[in-house]
Design a protein around this ligand. Structure first.
Ligand SMILES: Nc1nc2c(ncn2[C@@H]2O[C@H](COP(=O)(O)OP(=O)(O)O)[C@@H](O)[C@H]2O)c(=O)[nH]1
Ligand SMILES: [Mg+2]
Length: 191
């Protein structure tokens, strides 16, 4: 006997929390991969693995609402701009990073990263993030918190955060603030 297919069957998938795509950029070696890995695995590693495309997933609750984070780190080398253009296309918030002990990475937020974002996705909200904040205690030449806040205003970024993957401080706050930037942007679009 052959069974006839049941044409009336509908398959229902359980609906999970909404996806939020966050893209993290900034010069090589500022600590982007460490931020993502330490946030997701709760383990910090000193090892530097060089530039590579990274993607991580994490569930998070913000203001009582659940979200499924998709975290992208495209390759930071200038010649990979086509890859970044593709990934920027997915971004609902872009986290632009510098390291507090690296003046050049701070300057390149204004001279390279924000102009590139302006070119490919000018309406996407930007969160400015100061990484390796633990190094400020050891080096008086570091970029101060107020310099970071001033840059946030100059760039008209949606927010500013500081964190240290090494100390595990401020990591969740980066992604909470990034989601809040996305929600604020959505509210503005509706209003
Ligand atoms: N002191 C300190 N070093 C860090 C921190 N985050 C990353 N690093 C180190 O900086 C180097 C580059 O980090 P990585 O995350 O690979 O940078 P990326 O190129 O921006 O992804 C690695 O050797 C890390 O161990 C931090 O919060 N504090
Ligand atoms: Mg990296």
């Amino acid at each position: 006997m052959t069974m006839s297919p049941d044409v009336n069957t509908t398959v229902c998938f359980p609906k999970g929390p909404p996806d939020i795509n966050i893209v993290i950029v900034g010069d090589s070696y500022v600590g982007k991969t460490s931020l993502l890995k330490t946030f997701v695995t709760h383990e910090y590693s000193k090892k530097y693995e060089g530039p590579s495309l990274e993607r991580y997933f994490e569930d998070i609750t913000v203001d009582g609402q659940d979200f499924h984070l998709i975290l992208w780190e495209p390759i930071a080398l200038e010649s990979y701009d086509k890859m970044r253009e593709f990934i920027y296309g997915k971004a609902e918030c872009i986290v632009v990073c510098y390291a507090v002990n690296d003046l050049e990475s701070f300057q390149r937020v204004s001279t390279f990263w924000c102009p590139e974002i302006q070119k490919y996705c000018q309406d996407t909200p930007i969160l400015l993030a100061a990484l390796k904040a633990d190094l400020r205690d050891q080096n008086f030449k570091c970029i101060s918190r107020s310099q970071g806040k001033d840059l946030k205003c100059i760039l008209n970024a949606s927010g500013f955060v500081e964190c240290s993957s090494f100390l595990g401080i401020g990591l969740k706050d980066v992604f909470v603030k990034a989601i809040q930037c996305v929600l604020k942007e959505e509210k503005c679009k509706v209003a």
